[in-house]
Design a protein around this ligand. Sequence first.
Ligand code: PMP
Length: 425
Amino acid sequence: MNDLILRDAKHLWHPFTWQGAAEPIPIERGEGAWLIQPDGTRILDGISSWWAVTHGHACPEISARIAAQLEKIHHVMFAGFTHAPAIELAERLLALLPENQTRVFYVDNGATAVEAALKIAIQGAANRGEKRTKFLALEGGYHGDTFGAMSVGARAAFTAPFADHLFETAWIDVPIQNPETSLHQIRAHLAEGNVAGFIFEPLVQGAGGMRIYPAEHLDALLTECRNAGVPTIADEVMTGFGRTGTMFASDRLRVKPDLICLSKGLTGGTLPMGAVTCTEELYQTFYTGDRMKAFFHGHTFSASPIACAAALASLDLFEAPACRQGMARIQARHRAFAPRLAAHSAVRDVRVLGTLLAFDVVPPGSSGESSYFHPVKDRLQSMFLERGILLRPLGNVLYILPPYCIADNELEQIETVILEVLNLV
Ligand code: PMP
């Protein structure tokens, strides 16, 4: 194991790392909610490995479907060619998504789903003869690390070196405490014109600190956009595939988004893949007799047949009773655990949405202010790892977002360790 760490240190560049960061932990295998190290040490995954592994690690049903697809074809260029897994996946996704969604554009991951959606919004307007350059976004949001995605995400340490290269975005307060303020802000920006689109993480901002906000407040903002003819983009990269208690967070909205970005749980966290879906109206502004109105955007691995096969297997699992029961069990446990957590003196603002439970950790004597670089983050993470649990706090925001196959006794193990660790902060 030490050999792997040394070889890794010699040549690899990990995301979000610096000299002095904890050494990476080698993982060899996975099984259900468990990550297994080369020496057999087991780590219980409380966050679905970057929120993606919905059905557990090395899920055999997805592996089998991928293996079967590998026997047939690995890569099909998606300009000028098509294949059954891509078609079937689009049909099945659209059957699950809000009814106004009729088209699926495949990409490689979450950030490229956002990039494609932003480009569709800009070019959609251009194809109708309008130049629109400004996006509206919720303050504190996160949409990925590519330039477009950074431009519509919170301006923070992550984006600071690139500030001069990011395009114009106007910020709307997350409609939690003062929804009227958010409404006034969006009305004012829409009245100024030049708005290409409004992007948001529906119901909960993930990387921004698991901030949950009510569907009806978002509906009010979406209504304003609809009335102004401005396309709305739901970034469901994290919220999609059951995380918020319904298949998509958009299911809870009365006003359906025009574009929806998907990734992470799309393939059950097995293979990199993303998708943008949109309305027929938007698609028809591109699909005309004028070639210059085409969407000149494509990725080498768009609609990878292997990734599509993985996604189809993942959807089969979502439809199986075991997954639905698992999600219901997780929600019930979260609701039961929330009051126990709330009673702890180092805990503030316990919040539950579907299979997500989040809260702020406020160590004794600290100001209570939340921040991604809160000093308690690394301490918490290493205390959990020492106890065989993977939880990765966002600053001082701690959350559980487990794979749906997690057993009750495994969740209980996570809860017990959280309470133990909270007594040590
Ligand atoms: N949007 C949201 C809401 C996300 O949470 C993330 C990733 N955490 C992304 C976009 C970017 O996805 P990816 O990491 O696959 O580029």
